[in-house]
Design a protein around this ligand. Structure first.
Ligand code: HEC
Ligand code: HEC
Length: 291
């Protein structure tokens, strides 16, 4: 079976009207779907070997983002220790689900130097998911321990493990509200105004046309201390990590992009206008770069 046949099998059944997935092109993060299988000692052993082969060169054996390739990449491989994850379908304060990590491993972030592994058998990708979570846990424990030691506090390893395991419990899924009925053209026009002037302040960072040149765009840092720029979202979706469809945009507005300055918006108290507004923004973003 060729790689592309396998890729198209993975996304079969998910390509509804708005999750436009091209069987030949790269898999989009949000279009990856699978049914989780139970974790087992065997899978962890397989996952450990695969992590060594596929991930450690960038993320490091201990998941601290310091593998031998790290220095040569312009996008720094993630140090898992801080516990922030961008790619998620769970609420902002919750941890990503196992399926979210499986999606990240399957789709990668090809535009940001993390390769896609959709060609690996599904069982191997679950093995990688489970083992990677153990690496993430150890990295998070190491960060907390270092902080306690630096502050001259006593370290109780069992307590640190408990803190990390509580933080790693997956959050509830974010509910993406249905798009209100109405004309798409009108939605795009309203969305442009909301993007620029609304409380959402998208244009402050991304600029009015989404080119990444808003007044607040300069000198931003992410939680890992690296320079980060609000993306030029007027470019094609091949430069994206997370947002491929309007539904993705709505979800990302509700979750924010953890670890980066892009905030999460809580719709509580703004129903139903909030739903209309975020869908308008999503339709505006979809329209960018298409003229
Ligand atoms: C060539 C380098 C490279 C390899 C190999 C690589 N990654 Fe990554 N990884 C990255 C980069 C770079 C990022 C950060 C992307 C960003 O935020 O822009 C990342 C981010 C991640 C994230 C964080 C995603 C999020 O939600 O924020 C996870 C989890 C991850 N990688 C897991 C893995 C696993 C598991 C493997 C092996 C199967 C792997 N990576 C292989 C470079 C790599
Ligand atoms: C405080 C600054 C800030 C604000 C406000 C902000 N963003 Fe962002 N946005 C960013 C940054 C920084 C990134 C890059 C994150 C990364 O690469 O990990 C980003 C990334 C994105 C992306 C690309 C995601 C992908 O798939 O790669 C989209 C689309 C986006 N923002 C849309 C919006 C919209 C719509 C709004 C308003 C609701 C908004 N942003 C508000 C800073 C901001």
């Amino acid at each position: 079976m060729s790689c592309c046949t396998i890729l198209s099998l993975i996304v079969l059944g998910t390509a509804g009207p708005s999750t436009s997935v091209q069987a030949e092109g790269p898999i989009h993060w949000s279009a990856v779907t699978a049914t989780p299988i139970p974790e087992s000692a065997d899978l962890l052993t397989i996952g450990k070997r695969l992590y060594g082969l596929q991930c450690a060169r960038c993320h490091g054996q201990e998941g601290r983002g310091n593998g031998p390739y790290a220095n040569d990449l312009s996008n720094k491989p993630r140090d898992f220790g801080k516990g922030y994850f961008k790619a998620r379908t769970t609420i902002p304060k919750g941890f990503p689900s196992d399926l979210d990590f499986f999606r990240t491993i399957t789709a990668g972030f090809p535009a940001y130097e993390m390769p896609a592994l959709g060609q690996l058998p599904e069982r191997d990708r679950w093995a990688l998911t489970f083992y990677t979570k153990t690496v993430i846990a150890s990295a998070m424990e190491a960060v907390i321990t270092e902080k306690l030691e630096k502050d001259g506090e006593e370290v109780n390893a069992a307590e640190v493990k408990d803190i990390v395991s509580a933080r790693m419990s997956p959050g509830d899924l974010v509910k993406v509200p249905r798009e209100p009925a109405g004309s798409r053209e009108a939605s795009i026009r309203r969305g442009q105004m909301t993007f620029i002037k609304g409380d959402y302040r998208c244009a402050n960072c991304h600029g009015p046309q989404g080119k990444g040149d808003g007044p607040n765009a300069a000198n931003m840092k992410d939680e890992w201390g690296f320079q980060i720029t609000p993306r030029d979202i007027s470019q094609g979706i091949e430069f994206r990590k997370l947002v491929y469809t309007p539904e993705d945009m709505v979800r990302v507005i509700l979750t924010g992009i953890p670890g980066t300055p892009m905030p999460a918006f809580d719709l509580a108290g703004t129903f139903p206008e909030g739903i209309r507004e975020i869908w308008d923004i999503a339709r505006y973003v979809e329209s960018l770069g298409k003229d």
